[in-house]
Each structure stands twice: as structure tokens, then as C-alpha cells.
Design a protein around this ligand. Structure first.
Ligand code: ADP
Ligand code: MG
Length: 212
């Protein structure tokens, strides 16, 4: 049987990396083979594209180039990592996927959503998640968490993180609008991620239980 494909979405600092890693561990503890991947990234080529889109090079990609770089990384990750794992029955958890394109490049940068959907379908071959966990936090909390994480790890803010407040508000509102679309109703679990870790983990488990 084909494995389940679960994506984690939401603004910077909402807890995608933390909670996707924790869910992977819980699923493995139940004996479910689970692959954890991320976007952009997940294969050597796609990780190189990740570095390219995050760098401040003085030659920031124009919005269309940025979109296509993310989609190129997605195409490679889907074909080389995600699909083969799903086909052998493993579950795949992905830290960001197509909804990030719709939220950042659609709602954030203003590209037409229908056009992004066509481009995304070309990149994914039509692969769609069985479940999308949208971790929602207000912008103040995501900024604060990002600051804490950067202080703890010494990492620097990347190009996307440095975009302005209005952009980040548009992205957050965009994710919520995507989750509210009738065609997405069955796929999204919107979880308030401003609560404590345990509450968020319990809400994620409840959403995942529906797939088992
Ligand atoms: N529910 C939560 N409550 C408090 N802190 C959290 C919660 N979820 C994540 N964090 C913290 O917020 C920071 C950002 O989380 P992270 O998983 O890196 O976010 P993302 O991958 O979405 O950018 C990390 O320091 C993480 O430990
Ligand atoms: Mg992360």
C-alpha cells in the first residue's frame, strides 16, 4: 500500500521543523517507516537550490526566477525522494510544500494562483498531500521565536526572513485563505501553534489519526 504524504506549512518560526521531526519520531515508534524531508531541499541538487534562494548575493532572484527555483527544487525532490518512498509504502513528512508557493509567491508576491497551480502541477506531476498541517501563529510570535532560534543556533536571518512585515502578514493570511478554500477542506488541519509544544503535538496526532 502507498504511504501517506503529510506536509507542514505555516510562516517562519511557526514550528514546522520542530513538529515534523517530532511527528516522524512518533510514527517510527509505531513501526511506520517515515521519511522526513524539507523544501526547498531533500536531494543534493535541491539542497543546492535551497542555498541559492536563501543567500543574500546582491543579485536577488526576481520574483518569477524565485518561483521557478522553488519549483525546480520541488520537482527534483518529488521525483527522486518523495514518490519512491511513498511507492514502497513509507510515509513522507515534508517541511513546506506547494502551499508555501501559493502563500509566498501567490499571496505574498502577487502571482496569479491558477497559474501557480499549473506550474506546480508540472513540477509535482500532480502529487498532492493526504494531509496538510498548517501551524498558525500571529506575526509577533513567529518573529519572537525566530529571534530566539537565531540566538540559540547562531544562524543569520535569510533573504526570505528579511522581507518586510506586510509581506509576512500577507503570507500568514494567505495560508489561512488556502485552508478555507472549499477544494482544500478535507486536506487541511489548521492548528494554533501559539500554544505550548504538548498541545500542538496532541492536535497534530489527532489530525494524523484520521489517516490511519
Ligand atoms: N508550540 C511551541 N511553543 C513554543 N515554542 C515553539 C513551539 N513550536 C516551536 N517552537 C520554537 O520556535 C522556534 C521556531 O520553530 P521551528 O520549528 O524552527 O519553526 P519553523 O521551522 O516553522 O521556522 C524554535 O526555537 C522552536 O523550538
Ligand atoms: Mg524550519
Amino acid at each position: 500500500m502507498r504511504g501517506k504524504f503529510i506536509t507542514f506549512e505555516g510562516p517562519e518560526g511557526c514550528g514546522k521543523s520542530t513538529h515534523s521531526k517530532a511527528l516522524a519520531e512518533r510514527l517510527r515508534a509505531r513501526g511506520i517507516e517515515t521519511i522526513l524531508t524539507r523544501e526547498p531541499g531533500g536531494t543534493p541538487l535541491a539542497e543546492k537550490i535551497r542555498a541559492l534562494v536563501r543567500e543574500e548575493t546582491g543579485d536577488a532572484p526576481v520574483a518569477s526566477a524565485e518561483t521557478l527555483l522553488f519549483l525546480a527544487a520541488r520537482a527534483q525532490n518529488v521525483a527522486r525522494a518523495v514518490l519512491p518512498a511513498l511507492e514502497r509504502g513509507a510515509w513522507v513528512l515534508c517541511d513546506r510544500f506547494a502551499d508555501s508557493t501559493f502563500a509566498y509567491q501567490g499571496f505574498g508576491r502577487g502571482f496569479d494562483l491558477a497559474e501557480l497551480e499549473r506550474l506546480n502541477a508540472f513540477a509535482t506531476g500532480g502529487l498532492a498531500p493526504d494531509l496538510t498541517i498548517l501551524l498558525d501563529v500571529p506575526p509577533e510570535i513567529s518573529r519572537e521565536r525566530l529571534g530566539t532560534r537565531q540566538n540559540a543556533t547562531g544562524e543569520k536571518a535569510d533573504r526570505m526572513e528579511n522581507a518586510g512585515r506586510l509581506f509576512h502578514k500577507a503570507v500568514r493570511d494567505g495560508f489561512l485563505a488556502l485552508a478555507a478554500l472549499p477544494e482544500n477542506a478535507g486536506r487541511f488541519a489548521v492548528i494554533d501553534s501559539s500554544g505550548g509544544m504538548d498541545r500542538v503535538s496532541a492536535a497534530i496526532d489527532a489530525a494524523v489519526e484520521r489517516l490511519i
